[in-house]
Structure formats: structure tokens, C-alpha cells
Design a protein around this ligand. Structure first.
Ligand SMILES: [Mg+2]
Length: 219
């Protein structure tokens, strides 16, 4: 066997980000489905800026609900003050997000395959630990993982090399014993490579299939 362990990104590698986001948004703001795209665009821009180091993921988690409510506040005609509305929406979205669990096609089959081949499996994701574990559990795949390395537990966000070093330390592994699978060239692939790990890029946006991507590269 080439590797001892596989680190796997969560969003858009195992869990389907857009339907998860839609479900949490609809639960948090059921009376305004028309604002979803605006919300999605604001969150997307801020997370992209976080990927490039402008903000931490923790900062963005507070920023995107605030910017979203700021933008739509006048059309809401709510008796709540802007700050209260922001807190209410942020809380409702987060609670709902923790139960969102749409799977990327092939995710379970890939985990079965990797487990059959005897790899130790670890999740490696930028987010809140309790939320990601809850989502993986709702999706029925948490049990595949020996441990979950989530940025807000680890103290650093991918692609910071310290995220990967700390994850390796906790797993008791050397970089050349691990392959990282992820859909983000910036956070997953370049980050893991900088830490000395091999990587498998899942080109989800380019229409790649997860199983077909991973299968030939894992012995
Ligand atoms: Mg991802």
C-alpha cells in the first residue's frame, strides 16, 4: 500500500455545498427564498477572500450574516433592530447548517473503497468542529473517520501549513504516509503539498466524478 492514511476535505468533496447552503438558508429565512442567491454570493466572496488569507474562517462566519442582513434590512420591514436581526439569522442558519447533509455522488462508495483497502481515514475541513461532525453524522458517514481535523479546533485554517502539521501530529503520521483529497486547489491541494503530502485534486467544478478521480490514484 502506497499510503497509510487519507485526509479528506468535507465541503464539495463529501458533502454537496450548494444544496446544504440552500436548505439552511430556507430554514433560517423561510419567508424570503428570493434572497438566497444574494446570500450565497456574499458568503462565497467572503470565503474566497478567507482562502487567500484576507480573513480567518472564524471572522467570515460572523461577517457574511452581517453583510447579508445589512444589504436586505430595509426590504425585511422587521420590527427587530439590524443587530438583532443579524444575530437571529446567524443563529438560525448555523443551527440548520449543522443538520445539512446532502452527499456528493459517490462519496459513500469512495469511503467504502478506501476503508476496504485498509486506509486510516480523517476529515480535514475549514469550519466549526461541532457543525462539521454533526453534518457528517447526519449524512451517515461520520463513523468512517478515525478523527476529524476541523480548522476551528486545530487553530489554523487550510491552506496554512500549521493546519496540516498539527493534523499529522494528532494522527501520528509523517507527510509521505498521507494523501489529501479535496476540491480546492488553494486550500486542499497547495496547502497539503506545502506540508509535504501527496494530493488528489477532485475537479468538482470541472464536472469530474469522485470515484473516477480517486480510484486510479489509490492502490
Ligand atoms: Mg471543499
Amino acid at each position: 500500500m502506497q499510503y497509510k492514511a487519507v485526509f479528506i476535505d468535507v465541503d464539495d468533496t463529501l458533502l454537496d455545498y450548494v444544496p446544504c447552503c440552500r436548505a439552511a438558508f430556507d430554514a433560517a429565512m423561510p419567508e424570503h427564498p428570493e434572497f438566497f442567491q444574494l446570500f450565497f454570493d456574499i458568503a462565497g466572496r467572503l470565503f474566497s477572500e478567507a482562502k487567500h488569507g484576507k480573513y480567518t474562517i472564524a471572522e467570515v462566519m460572523d461577517m457574511y450574516p452581517a453583510e447579508f442582513i445589512e444589504t436586505i434590512y430595509d426590504s425585511l420591514r422587521t420590527p427587530l433592530a439590524k443587530e438583532e436581526m443579524t444575530e437571529q439569522f446567524k443563529h438560525a442558519f448555523r443551527v440548520a447548517w449543522g443538520t445539512t447533509h446532502a452527499l456528493v455522488p459517490g462519496a459513500k462508495e469512495m469511503l467504502d473503497l478506501l476503508r476496504e483497502k485498509g486506509y486510516r481515514l480523517f476529515a480535514a475541513s475549514n469550519s466549526f468542529g461541532h457543525l462539521q461532525r454533526s453534518r457528517l453524522e447526519h449524512a451517515g458517514i461520520l463513523h468512517y473517520f478515525e478523527d476529524t481535523f476541523i480548522s476551528m479546533d486545530i487553530g489554523y485554517d487550510k491552506p496554512d501549513i500549521r493546519f496540516f502539521r498539527e493534523a499529522l501530529r494528532r494522527a501520528g503520521l509523517q507527510p509521505d504516509e498521507v494523501v489529501m483529497i479535496g476540491d480546492s486547489m488553494t486550500t486542499d491541494i497547495l496547502g497539503a503539498r506545502a506540508a509535504g503530502m501527496d494530493t488528489i485534486f477532485f475537479d468538482r467544478r470541472g464536472g469530474a466524478s469522485l470515484l473516477e478521480t480517486v480510484n486510479p490514484l489509490i492502490r
